[in-house]
Each structure stands twice: as structure tokens, then as C-alpha cells.
Design a protein around this ligand. Structure first.
Ligand code: G
Ligand code: G
Ligand code: MN
Length: 258
């Protein structure tokens, strides 16, 4: 069997055994460092192949019909640990475009959260612009269902998918995440800065929460703040961490009024 097939086979067994674990990356308020939420990122440490990243294994999970099981397991394990931490931070889970074609996706999410004790209204769903672009009425209905249950929707990697802006108002979502490719050179590249300015203004005028992704240094953070962006995610504030580290982070970075 080719090595890549062996790896893929090991991956599918790892999903079955619940070995894909949730890493937590903090989303913070840039002015005071207060914790707003965590994005949950799937991780696999294969005993045989070492650490494999989601860019490699998520497509396998999608193609091999394992993505729902993987997402379900991540929600259960992340929510179970986070339910024990104080604070009112949210957890954001990445949902693949194809999962929006499945009527029972909302039911899968609700049932995963239910047993964990984590409040449903502190769970958010991250979807990419691709989900918006593929004209998809099932997705529309699903988003409404999630929203009515108190689950907010975040539009991930915003700015990379050339989405039809007029579609933004038709879909029910509450957060725009500015893709890290625009943030990377924001301190030196005026075009990137103009794009980010436009996204921040668009999001703010639509009443959306706006999060800058991939903030790695203080210079980028200063520019973003000067443009009116308040929330950020990136290595400057915290990388993807284990639940033990995330628990410490949550304890140290409580909002001022908690
Ligand atoms: O850390 P990073 O290498 O985690 O993530 C790479 C890509 O994989 C990102 O685009 C991220 O959204 C995606 N990703 C990470 N975890 C998950 C997951 O649980 N489900 C899906 N569908 N995508 C994920
Ligand atoms: O596509 P999505 O936004 O879900 O993916 C998040 C990805 O961004 C993950 O691969 C995560 O590890 C990565 N990431 C998080 N913070 C930073 C950062 O500050 N710089 C860079 N280059 N990548 C980051
Ligand atoms: Mn994401």
C-alpha cells in the first residue's frame, strides 16, 4: 500500500478512536487583552506519522465521510473541558462547506453540545465564503436554524472568496474574520491597508463583530486599532494551545468585569 494510503487509513482509525483533539486559539480584545473566545482547531498527533495538520487531513475527512464524526467529537471534547472554566468566552468551530448541505448538521451540533454543559449560546460556527458563494438554499435554512437556537455564525477568511457583497445581507451571520493574508503586510502595504479598512468599515456599518486574523506583531495590532478594529486572533496574543494551557489563559485573561 502506498505510504499516503497508509496514512489516510491511520487517520480514519484515529477519527474512530476520537484521537483528533481540539487545539484552542484565543480571540482577544486588543485594547486590554480580555479573552473574547477561542477558535477550535483540529489536531492529530499520529504515533506513526507525527503531527499532521488539518490542511492535509480535513480533505480526507470530507472525502471519506468522516467530517461529521470528527466535528461532533471536537465539539464534545472542547465543550466538555471549557464548560468547567469561568468566563463567558465563546467557542468557534470550523464547519466545512459540504456540511451545510446536510439537513441534520444543526441537529448534530445541538446534540453534541447538549451533554457537555456548555451553553449553546456561547458556541459559534465558522464558515468560509465558499459556503456563501455556492448558491445553497439548504445553507440558508441551516444558518437560520442555528441563529434561532442562539448559535452565531462567523464568516471566516473574509476577503479571499470574492463573494458577491449583495449576498452578505441575505445571509444570517454576526462576525467577519479578516483573512490573515491582508493582515500580514498591513504595516507596509497601502493596498492591503485599504482593503482591511474597507472590510472593517463594511462590517461595522452592518453591525457585525469584526476580528482580524493572523496578528503576529505589535505594529500590525497598532495599525488595526487605528483603523477601528477591536478584536484579534494571532500569534501575538496566543497560538493554538492544549486545553490545559487554554484553561490557564482563560483564568488570566478574564474580562475586567468578571
Ligand atoms: O491551524 P490550522 O493549520 O489549524 O488550520 C488550517 C485550516 O484547517 C484552516 O483553514 C482551518 O479553518 C481548517 N480547520 C481546522 N480545524 C478544522 C475543523 O475542525 N474542521 C474544518 N472543516 N476545518 C478545520
Ligand atoms: O482558515 P482559518 O482562519 O480557520 O485558519 C486558521 C489558521 O491560521 C490555522 O492554521 C492557524 O494555525 C493559523 N494561524 C493562527 N494565528 C496565526 C498567525 O498569527 N499567523 C499565521 N501565519 N497563522 C496563524
Ligand atoms: Mn477558522
Amino acid at each position: 500500500m502506498p505510504a499516503s494510503n497508509t496514512k489516510r487509513c491511520a487517520f480514519s482509525q484515529a477519527v474512530g478512536k476520537g484521537e483528533i483533539w481540539p487545539a484552542f486559539q484565543p480571540i482577544v480584545s486588543m485594547d486590554n487583552g480580555a479573552l473574547i473566545g477561542f477558535e477550535i482547531l483540529a489536531r492529530w498527533n499520529s504515533p506513526r506519522f507525527g503531527a499532521i495538520l488539518p490542511d492535509e487531513f480535513i480533505p480526507w475527512a470530507e472525502e471519506d465521510g468522516l467530517i461529521d464524526q470528527l466535528t461532533h467529537n471536537l465539539i464534545v471534547s472542547a465543550c466538555t473541558v471549557a464548560a468547567k472554566w469561568s468566563g463567558d468566552f465563546y467557542l468557534g468551530f470550523n464547519i466545512s462547506p459540504m456540511q451545510f448541505n446536510q439537513d441534520d448538521m444543526a441537529t448534530m451540533i445541538f446534540s453534541a453540545v447538549k451533554e457537555t454543559g456548555f451553553p449553546l449560546h456561547r458556541l459559534k460556527v465558522e464558515m468560509t465564503e465558499k459556503t456563501l458563494i455556492d448558491e445553497n438554499s439548504a445553507a440558508h435554512a441551516l444558518l437560520k436554524r442555528l441563529n434561532s437556537a442562539g448559535v452565531a455564525i462567523m464568516l471566516d477568511d473574509f476577503g479571499t472568496g470574492y463573494s458577491n457583497l449583495s449576498k452578505l445581507q441575505n445571509f444570517s451571520f454576526q462576525t467577519l474574520k479578516i483573512d490573515k493574508s491582508f493582515v500580514r503586510n498591513i504595516a507596509s502595504n497601502m493596498n492591503d491597508r485599504k482593503i482591511v479598512t474597507a472590510i472593517i468599515d463594511l462590517g461595522t456599518s452592518l453591525g457585525l463583530e469584526v476580528i482580524a486574523e493572523g496578528v503576529e506583531d505589535i505594529e500590525q495590532a497598532r495599525v488595526l486599532q487605528s483603523l477601528g478594529c477591536v478584536l484579534a486572533q494571532g500569534w501575538l496574543y496566543g497560538s493554538d494551545m492544549t486545553s490545559a494551557d487554554a484553561a490557564l489563559f482563560a483564568g488570566l485573561h478574564k474580562p475586567a468585569n468578571c
